[in-house]
Write a protein that binds this ligand. Structure first.
Ligand code: APR
Length: 237
């Protein structure tokens, strides 16, 4: 495997043990809200204050959580893997980024947030993005006069960096999916793109997911255990 080209996809399950709630709990609600009431452009147009407050609370909650062993293991993989690597996360928290800070050196981590980032603001008019740490609900407008919104890819919007992600999948040797239910496209289709490229595919997840059958191998357990074990084996001399 040394030098293999690897694409890793992560979802909410990788952050669950840090205390960040997953999306599809048993009650079907995301922190008490229906997803369509807070995670669509229509919801934002209908009630921008509710949506801003929802994401302001999620952003504030990041201060009370920390990366877990799975994030740290993936940061080690980023630091030490000699081949191509792309870690694509659907998560809008900053736990991968924090785990990588100070570990991968001066370069940026090999990480893409395909569904946006809580700690970023997006101008609804000019699409400028800016790092953001406080509340957005009463923020001043962008320099262009546009209203700032959470930099989150809502249902019906195009995920970020799809060209780069698809190019990496088209040439990868190994695709690993961690802690995602496989319900949301396009991420749920990455395993098929990887297969088409002739890659081996591995799923690491707590439970069987909607996509489990599509993987060559599925391992069941908590990400904080499975991910360090997988990374250790991969990096072993
Ligand atoms: N370790 C590994 N897997 C876990 C753990 C854990 N500790 N805890 C939960 N899981 C698994 C669950 O079994 C489930 O399969 O993580 C998955 C989480 O699934 P979802 O809540 O659906 O989250 P995700 O797949 O990331 O959602 C995808 O949907 O709402 C949108 O844009 C949002 O990025 C999100 C996307």
């Amino acid at each position: 495997m040394t030098g293999a080209r690897i694409v890793v996809l992560t979802g909410a399950g990788v952050s669950a043990e840090s205390g960040v709630p997953t999306f599809r709990g048993p009650d079907g609600l995301w922190e008490g809200h229906r997803v369509e009431d807070v995670a669509t452009p229509e919801a934002y147009a209908r009630d921008p204050v509710l949506v801003q407050r929802f994401y302001d609370a999620r952003r504030a909650a990041l201060g009370r959580v920390a990366p877990n062993a799975a994030h740290h293991a993936l940061a080690r993989l980023d630091r030490d893997w000699p081949g191509d690597l792309l870690i694509v996360t659907q998560n809008v928290d900053d736990l991968h980024d924090r785990a990588a800070a100070g570990v991968v050196g001066d370069r940026p981590p090999r990480l893409l947030h395909m569904h946006g980032e809580l700690r970023s603001a997006l101008c609804g008019r000019c699409n400028a993005r800016a790092p953001w740490s406080g509340d957005l609900v009463a923020a001043d407008p962008c320099d262009c006069g546009g209203r700032l919104r959470p930099d989150i890819v809502w249902f019906g919007e195009m995920p970020y960096a799809m060209d780069r992600i698809e190019a990496a999948l088209a040439t990868c040797d190994l695709f690993v999916s961690i802690g995602t239910s496989g319900n949301v496209y396009p991420a749920a289709g990455f395993v098929d793109l990887a297969h088409r490229a002739g890659a081996a595919t591995l799923e690491l997840n707590l439970d069987a997911s909607a996509g489990s059958a599509a993987f060559d191998e599925s391992r069941r357990g908590p990400a904080s255990v499975l991910v360090p074990a997988w990374v250790d084996a991969l990096l072993a001399p």
